[in-house]
Design a protein around this ligand. Sequence first.
Ligand SMILES: *Cc1c(COP(=O)(O)O)cnc(C)c1O
Length: 456
Amino acid sequence: MEQQIPYKIYLDETELPKAWYNMRADMSVKPAPLLNPGTCQPLTAQELSGIFCEELVRQELNEADAWIPIPQEIRDFYKMYRPSPLVRAYCLERQLGTPAKIYYKFEGNNTSGSHKLNSAIAQAYYAKEQGLKGVTTETGAGQWGTALSMACSYFGLDCKVYMVKVSYEQKPFRREVMRVYGASVVPSPSDTTEVGRKILAEHPGTGGSLGCAISEAVEVATANPGYRYVLGSVLNQVLLHQSVIGLETKAALDKYGVKPDIIIGCAGGGSNLGGLIAPFMGEKLRGEADYRIVAVEPASCPSFTRGKFAYDFCDTGKICPLAKMYTLGSGFIPSPNHAGGLRFHGMSSTLSQLYHDGYMEAVSVEQTKVFEAAEQFARIEGILPAPESSHAIRVAIDEANKCKETGEAKTIVFGLTGTGYFDMVAYEKFHDGQMTDFVPTDADLQASFDTLPKVE
Ligand SMILES: *Cc1c(COP(=O)(O)O)cnc(C)c1O
């Protein structure tokens, strides 16, 4: 049996999932609803449809349907780069000398270099269906902006991307890729929005943050007829679309009768992890199987492991809905030295509830350890991993090393969410010994918790 498992388990396109899986349908305690920041009442579909596309609002609020069919046009686009391979990391296992069996689901095989295209194409499709002219969004490191630009050009939609200014300046090639796909890219904060002008007046020379860029993108979407705002992580709809990752992973493992013991994913806003674990968590929620599920986050932005489970704003300008989630406070800005992505102050409300209820674990890791793991992986498995993905690699290697000590042949699956070609400045810092590990103090975090909105 063992020898029969190939290095890469490919599914063919007829095995591409026909429906997304909605974990919330199987949760007995549902994630808390989004609240109107003005009234603190649950947002209605009508209120949300001023910001988001109508079908996406339905998906956001849908806690009843476990399966939501994937429209044929989206499946056709998926077929260009999916199903993605599930790789057995035989070479890494040999190098570690571990009895563990390690698999990774590789989502970096498309131009966006990450899993984000899985949701971008769905969100662009529904915007097109609704007859919209275009969409607005923010991007930090640039993977989401690239994915959305690709999806919008495919459907002939206008795409306005607010890119965090430091990234815009540090990653000019990311910006250029987005322009290849016809997007307009504005460094944020900018003078093109009211909220941007206000932030610039208060903090001249600021390099911006995801929270600022979200505020700008939402303002532009709500002020321009025919436009809506789209977001690449955190929201329920995004986790739903990303369930293709987990459904394919499970289908591939099932072919060989393999049951994972540990499933590991990096966690920024929670979309790749929520997608990877979806069908496995479904079995766990229904009492059919048990798995250890581990979220990995940076020690410099530790929302699960040190955050508060509370209602908070998703943006700096405080114009977005309030979400109940593990959060460090919307004013929290990770150290500028933090090079590994995963910078958002909050976490998906679905994953937050599951974590709160004990269905999954979380660990935080320091960035030099993350880059050590990234390089170890790159040198033996051939793929140059994104720093974000390397958080999961770190913990997969740590777990495999534990198996070496105990002699247990556990099966470990982790999400390799993307490639790191645009992250060479971070790799350079690591090589030159200029990378440090910044861990916020309790006092730093408390200052940020003090600004949490008072709800309930
Ligand atoms: C955006 C991104 C992440 C983190 O976002 P999640 O929503 O937590 O998945 C991880 N890896 C890569 C490559 C990304 O682009």
